[in-house]
Write a protein that binds this ligand. Structure first.
Ligand SMILES: Cc1cc2nc3c(=O)[nH]c(=O)nc-3n(C[C@H](O)[C@H](O)[C@H](O)COP(=O)(O)OP(=O)(O)OC[C@H]3O[C@@H](n4cnc5c(N)ncnc54)[C@H](O)[C@@H]3O)c2cc1C
Length: 266
């Protein structure tokens, strides 16, 4: 059994995704046929046009660009939150099929517990080991390493247990996801994931994601009375993210760097 940390990889992003978006948008305003449109769009830089779409609120064209992420080192607690986003597609590691006996389950340590110091960390780890022993005991009692035994033994596993998933969202849903989950009101773990995903998207499709982030990063706060009142700080953080991406996007371990940055700064 071990403690694990967030890792998110951008597995699939449309090559020329911004071209498809620009074509979809131009098609709305043009009498040209598809081939003529493709030629027109390929011949000129579409970045400024794509950025204007978002400003106009003409967002349906950006649904034509989808992004797939591989996510690990996150808790079942995060899973419960991210899967509320109904326009995303998910595949999640199964606790029925994957054997987690003999210390096989990994867990997430909340930073607040870590900050309490080594004594509390050790206590937390001890509790995880106790739960792992309960889990093994139930698998054994329910018939050994069978699917039906794991199916019920998993009821004693904690929210801290690690899960792995693949998630696919189109750019419009991603912008919505970032506006909610990169906000300082979101819970720390999904917020770190959202900031890491924002960095990966900014590196891959800068025009589409030029204004991604919580609403206050580029305009007014949408949280009303619940506002954290820290818009200026968030704007600086959003600018820091853009600078970090520019400096690091060519690095072979960019995704690892992005996750470390997000966990430190989100
Ligand atoms: C800070 C925070 C705290 C939260 N606390 C809680 C909580 O205590 N309890 C809880 O249950 N949830 C909580 N949530 C989850 C929240 O209520 C949403 O379920 C989640 O954020 C998904 O948002 P969404 O529905 O906008 O997104 P998506 O499901 O990604 O949908 C995107 C958009 O599509 C449209 N849409 C999608 N489906 C429909 C539909 N059926 N009808 C009409 N329009 C639709 C909406 O415009 C929606 O905003 C919290 C979320 C946040 C960010």
């Amino acid at each position: 059994m071990s403690r694990v940390k967030l890792l998110v990889r951008l597995l699939n992003a449309p090559e020329g995704g911004e071209t498809a978006v620009a074509m979809a948008a131009r098609l709305c305003y043009s009498g040209a046929n598809i081939d003529a449109l493709r030629e027109k769009v390929s011949a000129a830089d579409q970045n400024a046009f794509i950025q204007r779409l978002a400003e106009m609120g003409h967002l349906s064209p950006i649904e034509h660009a989808s992004f797939t992420f591989g996510i690990e080192g996150v808790s079942r607690s995060l899973l419960a939150q991210i899967t509320r986003h109904r326009l995303a597609s998910f595949s999640v590691q199964s606790q029925r099929y994957v054997d987690q006996t003999k210390g096989g389950f990994s867990y997430i340590l909340p930073p607040a517990v870590e900050r309490l110091g080594p004594e509390y960390q050790a206590r937390y780890e001890e509790q995880m080991q106790t739960i792992a022993a309960w889990y093994d005991e139930w698998v054994e009692a329910l018939g050994g390493g069978k699917e039906s035994a794991r199916e019920d033994a998993r009821f004693v596993l904690p929210n801290a247990a690690e899960t792995k998933m693949m998630a696919t969202m189109n750019a419009r849903e991603l912008l919505h996801f970032f506006s909610l989950r990169a906000c300082s009101r979101a819970q720390w773990e999904i917020r770190a994931l959202a900031w890491a995903m924002m960095g990966l998207c900014l590196a891959k499709a800068p025009a589409l994601f030029a204004h991604c982030g919580p609403s206050c990063a580029f305009g007014a706060c949408s949280e009303g009375k619940m506002s954290c009142g820290r818009a200026e700080e968030i704007r600086k953080k959003r600018a820091d993210l853009a600078a970090f991406v520019e400096e690091n996007k060519q690095a072979p371990d960019f995704e690892e760097r992005m996750c470390a940055w997000a966990q430190e700064n989100a």
